[in-house]
Design a protein around this ligand. Structure first.
Ligand SMILES: *[C@@H]1O[C@H](CO)[C@@H](O)[C@H](O)[C@H]1NC(C)=O
Ligand SMILES: *[C@@H]1O[C@H](CO)[C@@H](O)[C@H](O)[C@H]1NC(C)=O
Ligand SMILES: *[C@@H]1O[C@H](CO)[C@@H](O)[C@H](O)[C@H]1NC(C)=O
Ligand SMILES: *[C@@H]1O[C@H](CO)[C@@H](O)[C@H](O)[C@H]1NC(C)=O
Ligand SMILES: *[C@@H]1O[C@H](CO)[C@@H](O)[C@H](O)[C@H]1NC(C)=O
Ligand SMILES: *[C@@H]1O[C@H](CO)[C@@H](O)[C@H](O)[C@H]1NC(C)=O
Ligand SMILES: *[C@@H]1O[C@H](CO)[C@@H](O)[C@H](O)[C@H]1NC(C)=O
Length: 466
């Protein structure tokens, strides 16, 4: 199986030069979707936030995010359509049955206050555009400047004037449609929404049906501009990422903080293998950690579906354990870390077991995730399909080299440390010391990194090179 090392040099002629990256780290936190689908209640959310603050916050997991349909009644509602709670200006409000502290016009303010008192930050999911029910009810649009109905060209504007019925969200066509943002009233409606949500002290917005196949540049630009004007720093996260391209990312990266580069990720090995190609593409396009909205922006590989989960879109909470083996989970965390993806844990926090906790708080991985540079997939010395290798550099002259074995059989993987010089010109690799974080049997010998990597597994060499 082993090809000569010179082949490695040959294959690597196309790689990139060194560049520095913004040191501000990819966001970390917990999102309710993987374990509660859309049905989470206030009590369940706060229980999860409490464990998040006690166990994961010390490791940088700071955002507690409610995923979609928090405004929808559980009675008779399903994913495609259901009764929504909203105010007189057509702004969606939490379902009072699930979020009792919202009763009396408080929205999520009291939940946000509780989350903040735990030391965490509070996030919500929003669908781009406007709800079909709001358009049909034709509620007036609030002008946040005057506190009255938005007036322009001598008339009062309503939701029915701004919804574009022919541009429904492709995966929720009965529920949401795009807004005509060439209209002042369209922009006023978005402003009224974000003003309300900022008044609840929201810190993070996951804006959905707006990126990848659903790209709506007008909406992203308008929302980003509104957030920038607010007297509050709100992280802007875009979703989903089906067919996302680096070219698309360049259009938005400067005005958002993270954007999904894949579709919804669940605990299926096949989906993870796709993430390797996508992350390679965005890393080589130099999109990791470049300047974003009031901070940096990060290509997002989606959540960590470990521990106790539910299933996509169902009306059910956590009821099954992740399908990923512990080896596959380690591989996922290693890729997400070395590709500097945001880390949003998805499992039920209340049943976070020790193995999962140890993996997602592994100090080496978190250091790589938050504080490494020059992250990239490098050409593999053997022409073996399913073998991948990434490198990154850290503080104090550290070099990280990860091997991934996507195949069903064990693989011996070998690289000469001197070959790293072509990836990281100007640095010396004459003498590298270190070890594999996952398997101490794998050694750094005679300037060679050799690892026996199990199926779906990985090696992670942490080196100091002089
Ligand atoms: C949006 O509004 C503008 C201005 O009224 C109008 O010209 C345009 O046709 C509208 N776009 C859509 C898709 O309805
Ligand atoms: C903006 O925030 C600062 C600091 O939190 C506060 O002092 C100031 O009053 C706020 N301004 C407005 C207009 O809300
Ligand atoms: C992923 O990349 C590999 C080469 O590294 C290539 O053989 C494969 O076709 C790619 N897969 C997809 C789905 O593009
Ligand atoms: C982000 O916004 C907040 C609040 O407006 C401000 O305090 C902070 O300095 C900003 N950060 C950056 C990196 O611009
Ligand atoms: C998890 O695995 C079970 C059986 O092993 C399968 O029925 C189920 O569809 C899988 N779930 C997901 C989300 O992959
Ligand atoms: C992050 O890296 C920089 C330089 O690469 C270093 O100065 C800093 O100490 C590192 N921070 C942590 C938390 O390791
Ligand atoms: C390392 O190099 C030394 C001296 O060149 C040699 O004697 C030894 O056999 C090598 N070890 C391995 C494991 O290749």
């Amino acid at each position: 199986m082993e090809f000569s090392v010179s082949l490695f040099f040959f294959l690597c002629l196309l790689t990139q030069s060194v560049s520095s990256q913004n040191a501000i780290a990819p966001p970390r936190g917990w999102n309710s979707y993987d374990s509660f689908s859309w049905i989470i209640s206030q009590e369940e959310f706060l229980q999860n936030a409490e464990v998040l603050s006690q166990r994961l916050f010390p490791h940088g997991y700071e955002y507690a995010v409610v995923d979609f349909l928090w405004y929808r009644s559980l009675d008779g509602g399903d994913l495609s359509f259901g009764k929504e709670n909203k105010d007189e200006w057509g702004r969606l409000l939490p379902d009072p049955d699930r979020w009792p502290s919202s009763i009396g016009g408080h929205g999520f303010k009291s939940v946000a206050d509780k989350v903040h008192s735990m030391g965490l930050k509070f996030g919500i999911h929003l669908m781009a555009g406007i709800s079909t029910q709001v358009v049909e009810q034709n509620t007036p649009i609030l002008d946040t400047e005057t506190g009255g109905v938005y007036m322009e060209a001598g008339k009062e504007w309503h939701a029915g004037d701004i919804g574009i019925k022919s541009r429904a969200c492709s995966w929720m066509p009965k529920s949401f449609m795009a807004i005509n943002l060439t209209l002042g009233a369209g922009r006023a409606y978005l402003k009224s929404i974000y003003d309300l949500y900022a008044s609840w002290d929201v810190d993070f917005v996951k804006l959905d049906c707006v990126f990848g196949d659903n790209l709506d540049i007008d909406e992203i630009t308008t929302v980003s501009g509104i957030l920038k004007e607010l007297n509050r720093s709100i992280v802007l996260s875009l979703s989903p990422g089906v067919s996302a391209t680096p070219q698309m990312a360049r259009q938005v990266s400067g005005i958002v903080n993270m954007y999904r580069i894949t579709g919804d990720y669940w605990d299926q090995w096949q989906q993870m293998t796709d993430h390797f190609n996508v992350s390679r593409e965005f890393a080589s396009a130099k999109l990791i950690g470049i300047r974003g909205l009031n901070d940096s922006s990060w290509p997002d590989l989606d959540m960590l579906p470990f521990g106790w989960l539910t299933d996509p879109g169902v009306k059910q909470g956590p009821h099954r354990f992740t399908n990923l083996s512990s080896t596959e989970q380690t591989t996922q965390m290693t890729l997400w870390s070395i590709a500097k993806s945001p880390l949003m844990y998805g499992g039920d926090m209340r049943n976070l077991e020790e193995n999962t906790f140890n993996l997602i708080t592994n100090p080496t991985l978190l250091e790589i995730n938050s504080n490494s540079s020059n992250n990239m997939e490098v050409c593999f010395p053997f022409q073996t399909p399913g073998i991948r290798s990434w490198i990154a550099t850290g503080s104090g002259g550290k070099v990280y080299v990860a091997y991934f074995n996507l195949n069903q059989e064990n693989s011996w993987i070998l690289m000469k440390t001197s070959s790293l010089g072509s990836e990281l010109p100007g640095r010396s690799f004459a003498n590298c010391q270190g070890q594999d974080a996952w398997n101490e049997m794998n050694k750094v010998t005679n300037e060679t990194l050799v690892a026996d990597v199990e199926p779906h597994g990985c090696a992670l060499f942490v080196l100091t090179c002089t």
